[in-house]
Ligand binder design. Structure first.
Ligand SMILES: [Zn+2]
Length: 305
C-alpha cells in the first residue's frame, strides 16, 4: 500500500471515530474513579466498565424523558432570571406533636400538602426540578417565569405513598434526595419505589451514602459519600444524578468543591438566608408541620407575587 493511500485511510477512520464520538450520549462524570470503583454489585457490567474510567454512561432510554421534563415550564423572557423558591420537605404523614416534637417539625400532613399544591396550582405556579434550577442559575438553560422547586429529603416511604399521588394530580414534579445506603430499609423507599418516581417524571438526587456530617470527614471519606451515592443511584436508575443535598445542612468550602468535582450541577442547603447565585449553596424554605397555609402562601408570594 502506498503511503498516500495509507494516509487517506487513516484520515477516513479518524473522521468516522470523530463523528461517532460527537453523536454519543453525553457522559456525566459522577464521581472520582476511586470512589466509583467501590460500587461492587450495584453497577451493571457495561456501566461498571464505564464507571471504572470515571464516566457513567447513561442509558439512552431515559435521556428523552429528561429532555421533556426540562422544557415543561414557561420560560422567563430572555435575560430575566426570577427567583425560584426551593421548598424543603421531609415527611408527608401524621405526627402527634406532643409525642414526637422533632418528627412533627419534619412533617406535613397529607391534607396540608394537598392544600399547598392546590393553592400553587390555582395561582398559576409551575414546578421545576433541581436540574432545571441548576441550568437556569448556571446560565445553561432557560429560567422559569414563575415556578417553585419542591424537594424531599432522605427518601422516606411516604414520598411514594403520599407525596407522589398528590403531585401527579397537578402534573407537578419534585426532586427527591436519596441516601443511597438507606434504600430499602424499613421506612425508606426501595428501588421499586424510586423507579416509580423516576417513571412519573420526578428527579432523583443524591443525599450521601449514609447521612453523615460531611464537614467532619477525611477527604477520601468525603469523596466517597458524595461521589458513590450519586454513582449507585445513577447505576440503579439508569440516569444521571445531577443534584446533591448536604446531609444535616452541613457544608463548607471543601464539601462544596468535592461536590462540584464529582460532577453534580447543584447542591442544596438548609439555609434560607442565601441568594441564588452559587449553585453549590442553594437556600431552601423549610415547610413543616406548623407552617400554616397563610404562612406558606406568604413565603411564596414574597418572592413571586
Ligand atoms: Zn437529610
Amino acid at each position: 500500500m502506498k503511503v498516500s493511500t495509507l494516509i487517506i485511510v487513516i484520515a477516513l477512520i479518524l473522521t468516522a471515530v470523530f463523528i461517532l464520538l460527537a453523536e454519543r450520549e453525553p457522559a456525566v462524570r459522577l464521581a472520582p474513579a476511586e470512589a466509583v470503583l467501590g460500587l461492587g454489585g450495584y453497577a451493571q457490567p457495561d456501566q461498571a466498565e464505564a464507571a471504572a474510567s470515571g464516566d457513567l454512561v447513561m442509558q439512552p432510554g431515559h435521556a428523552g424523558r429528561e429532555e421533556r421534563a426540562r422544557n415543561s415550564f414557561t420560560p422567563a423572557p430572555e435575560g430575566v432570571r426570577p427567583h425560584i423558591p426551593i421548598l424543603m420537605y421531609h415527611y408527608v404523614r401524621y405526627v402527634d406533636r406532643a409525642v414526637d416534637p422533632l418528627g412533627f417539625g419534619l412533617s406535613v400532613t397529607p391534607e396540608q400538602f394537598a392544600a399547598q399544591l392546590a393553592w400553587l396550582h390555582s395561582n398559576g405556579y409551575e414546578t421545576v426540578s433541581m436540574a432545571d434550577v441548576a441550568r437556569c442559575i448556571r446560565g445553561e438553560g432557560p429560567c422559569p417565569a414563575r415556578a417553585v422547586a419542591l424537594t424531599f429529603d432522605d427518601g422516606y416511604l411516604d414520598a411514594h405513598t403520599e407525596a407522589l399521588p398528590r403531585l401527579l394530580v397537578y402534573g407537578y414534579t419534585a426532586t427527591f434526595y436519596i441516601v443511597s445506603d438507606f434504600v430499602g430499609r424499613p421506612g425508606y423507599m426501595g428501588w421499586e419505589e424510586l423507579r416509580a418516581l423516576r417513571d412519573a417524571g420526578m428527579e432523583i438526587g443524591a443525599h450521601s451514602v449514609n447521612h453523615p456530617d460531611l464537614t467532619r470527614m477525611r477527604l477520601d471519606e468525603l469523596r466517597d459519600q458524595v461521589g458513590r451515592s450519586g454513582a449507585v443511584l445513577g447505576a440503579e436508575l439508569g440516569q444521571p444524578i445531577v443534584s446533591f443535598c448536604y446531609p444535616l445542612g452541613r457544608y463548607n468550602d471543601t464539601v462544596m468543591a468535592v461536590t462540584r468535582e464529582a460532577g453534580y450541577l447543584s447542591a442544596t442547603t438548609t439555609r434560607t438566608d442565601l441568594s441564588q447565585h452559587d449553585p453549590f449553596a442553594l437556600p431552601r424554605l423549610r415547610i413543616s408541620g406548623d407552617t400554616s397555609q397563610a404562612r406558606f402562601e406568604q413565603m411564596i408570594t414574597a418572592y413571586l407575587p
